[in-house]
Write a protein of this length. Structure first.
Ligand code: ADP
Ligand code: MG
Length: 696
């Protein structure tokens, strides 16, 4: 047997269960089961006495006997209470469901190990719906760290519980009499003091101590992150060596004319510096692959335009891609405003552009008469043909990861320079993975004269106050955003939703024109609504987070975020970045309900304390509990992180990156005997993940 063995070769798993495991958890082989890790362990290594129990304890176990049972209540109040005696004290144990079954199966005067969570009912300590084990059949190994596995509703219905999976994994380990083959070379295991794979896998399921569990997890997380870094860094290095780039040696007419005659305001020092950094790349004879980070409103668009002018001066075409059509249109408008009557032709190509207009644009791209093409990411996917594309700029995009950029690379014999622009906050660890192959420039300065947005947090019981504020701002000639978390009414969550609120706001503000945009609208409708707000035809825009990124309406001075407790810090910061773009004092009002968790309270507080994107990114990382950071899944590589979490495992990401770098320094092609394992395992991974093979 090998780890590739079908899961049905495991005793206890027949065709039916195999089907369920495959469909619900993707478990098809022994290997899959091995890599289905518990989401938590519970320490069953110790028995408690009833007198020790308090309500802030997690699950605990107590040994003793039931002395009597009593039933009370009717219907939904119907309950069964057992009086459990541990030799010193009584504990109330209560069931609200399955009472008949319990009465039949649970005996008095018999020893049980009771496992549950202490709580208080009617002033008395109790445990509801505990697990009951027979002490005789509970082996010592069971009395240690017990694994808990995720299951789905369908599995539970079919009786496939965490306990069942626990039985499967424990059977599997009893069958695995051989050592699970190592994937990391000895020299790395020694250097980093890692647990060997075989031991780590066993301990990740069945640790004997909490320390052993954390060492096992650390080894497995490291491995996940290390191979990602190895793949990204070997790609980046190879590209660096091979990359012959278009040489944009001179700064020409267009750039100089623009700089001296058309620039509407002086560049900030930071803008000047990053333009110099990019020009240095583009004249080096190597291909530029650069990430431009700059907080919302730091003026990345203008930088993009000026870098494009350098490319055009050197006889090349340029292309800028925005994540949404609204943004693409806005770029076109911005560029045309900036360029005025300069001899630069900029065109927009989106899915909406059809027929004659489209063929005109396609012809202009082929004959080189179009200098700047603005589009969405579809431009890349549609294989649009250029005469001589020299620079590609990707704006505000988490989803345009390593793999997508690699595609750009492969399709052109002399690849264009690449600039990716993103607003902080983007956690550093995410940058290292999604953008791990790029050089970085940072705009760390906002244009002068900006009044910092004033942020306030209020509860949702003050609609009048809010209404007056809105009226005051609109009467002063400004515009207002209202952002809501959902498009349509949801039964489950009591959240404000755009469509209902749109109607409601029309009643509240009968004298103003109100527009609405959300992600469920057709692009053309959305654009039309957006356009009305940009031109000032509507004074209030009701929206979902589709307006989160990039939209620039300097006249808008108020951003009202409803159900602010539902948004993450990065999102709140992005939304707030939509105001404060003009010279006027702007406001961001975070409206929440009263039931806030400590973490949410902290989040909203940070927003009112600082406008600094870097600070917010740091705070975000610290606060973020379980769950992945937005964007990791769409990063362009199917990371499939089972254990590691880019939010919490920042140091491990760094260690993985440093280690990959160390390995590749010594052996760039992984040719030596020491690195055979790495080479083979990478090949395996590339076979498994299509995206991985793209960047090789
Ligand atoms: P972002 O970096 O978020 O994409 P934008 O490029 O949209 O920011 O710029 C935000 C606003 O700041 C725009 O209205 C832009 O015209 C303006 N701006 C950009 N650079 C400067 C500057 N050096 N001085 C003053 N205003 C600037
Ligand atoms: Mg922008």
């Amino acid at each position: 047997m090998t780890l590739d063995a079908d899961i049905t070769y495991l005793p206890g798993i027949g065709p039916q269960r195999a089907k369920l495991l495959g469909a619900e958890l993707g478990i098809k082989t022994w290997h899959d089961l091995l890599y289905t890790f518990p989401y938590k362990h519970i320490d069953r290594s110790r028995l408690y006495k009833i007198r020790e129990l308090t309500t802030d304890m997690p699950f605990v176990q107590v040994m003793g006997q039931f002395r009597s049972f009593e039933e009370a209540g009717e219907g939904r109040k119907h309950r069964l209470t057992g009086h459990f005696w541990d030799g010193e004290m009584f504990l109330d144990v209560t069931w609200f469901q399955g009472i008949r079954f319990i009465k039949q199966s649970v005996k008095v005067q018999k020893n049980y190990i009771l496992f549950g969570r202490p709580s208080v009912y009617g002033g008395r300590l109790c445990v509801n719906h505990p697990d009951l084990d027979n002490p005789e059949s509970t082996t010592l190994s069971k009395m240690s760290m017990q694994p808990y596995y995720s299951t789905t509703e369908r599995m539970k219905k079919a009786g496939l519980t965490s306990r069942t999976i626990e039985r499967f994994t424990s059977t599997l380990f009893s069958k695995l009499s051989w050592t699970i083959p190592e994937t990391l070379p000895d020299y790395l295991i020694e250097r980093l003091h890692l647990m060997p794979l075989d031991k780590a896998l066993r301990a990740a399921h069945y640790p004997t101590t909490a320390d052993e569990l954390s060492a096992a997890n650390m080894r497995l997380k490291f491995e996940e992150l290390f191979f990602i870094q190895l793949v990204i860094m070997s790609y980046a290095r190879k590209r660096q060596q091979e990359r012959i780039g278009l040489r944009f040696a001179h700064i020409g007419n267009l750039f100089n004319t623009f700089y001296h005659h058309y620039l509407p305001f002086p560049l900030t020092e930071a803008q000047k510096r990053v333009i110099r950094e990019m020009h240095a790349d583009m004249k080096s004879g190597h291909q530029m692959n650069r990430l431009l980070q700059g907080d919302v409103g730091s003026g990345k668009t203008l930088v993009a335009l000026m870098v494009m002018l350098i490319a055009i001066d050197n006889g090349c075409q340029t292309c800028i891609m925005a994540p949404t059509e609204i943004l693409a249109e806005q770029h076109l408008q911005t560029f045309r405003d900036f360029l005025k009557d300069m001899p630069v032709r900029a065109e927009l190509l989106t899915g909406n552009v059809k027929g004659k207009k489209r063929s005109d644009i396609e012809a202009g791209l082929m004959d080189g008469s179009i200098n700047i093409l603005i589009g969405t990411h579809a431009v890349i996917e549609d294989n649009v043909q250029f005469k001589n594309l020299g620079l590609v700029i990707i704006d505000e995009q988490h989803r345009f990861g390593v793999a997508q950029r690699a595609k750009l690379q492969k399709e052109s014999p002399l690849p264009p320079h690449v600039l990716v622009m993103t607003a902080t906050p983007i956690p550093r660890t995410l940058a290292m993975t999604v953008y791990g192959d790029l050089d970085v420039s940072v705009i760390d300065e906002l244009p002068p004269g900006r009044k910092p947005v004033r942020t306030m947090h209020i509860y949702d019981n003050q609609p009048e106050k809010l209404r007056h504020g809105v009226i005051r701002e609109i009467e002063a000639g400004h515009q207002v955003y209202f952002v809501f978390p959902l498009v349509k009414e949801s039964e489950k969550l009591d959240l404000k939703n755009v469509q209902d609120e749109f109607i409601h706001l029309k009643e509240t503000f009968p004298h103003y024109k109100i527009g609405m945009v959300h992600g469920k609208m057709k692009p053309a409708e959305k654009d039309a609504e957006m356009q009305k707000f940009i031109t000032g035809e509507t004074q209030i825009l009701v929206a979902t987070t589709v307006i989160e990124v990039g939209v620039n309406v300097p006249n808008a001075s108020v951003m009202i975020i409803q159900n602010a407790e539902r948004f993450g810090l990065a999102q709140l910061h992005q939304l707030r970045g939509r105001v404060g773009r003009g010279a006027e004092q702007s406001y961001c009002i975070l409206v929440s309900n009263f039931q806030l968790s400590a973490e949410t309270r902290k989040r909203l507080h940070i927003m009112t304390e600082t406008n600094d994107g870097f600070e917010i990114a740091e705070a975000d990382l610290k606060l973020r509990g379980p769950g992945d950071i937005k964007g990791t899944q769409q990063s362009g590589i199917a990371f499939n992180l089972k254990l590691a979490n880019l939010g919490r495992d920042g140091q491990l990401v760094q260690l993985a990156r440093d280690t990959a770098s160390f390995v590749l320094d010594a052996d760039p092609e992984l040719k030596t005997k020491d690195n055979t394992l790495l080479r083979n395992h990478l090949q395996e991974l590339r076979k498994e993940h299509k995206d991985w093979s793209q960047i090789s």
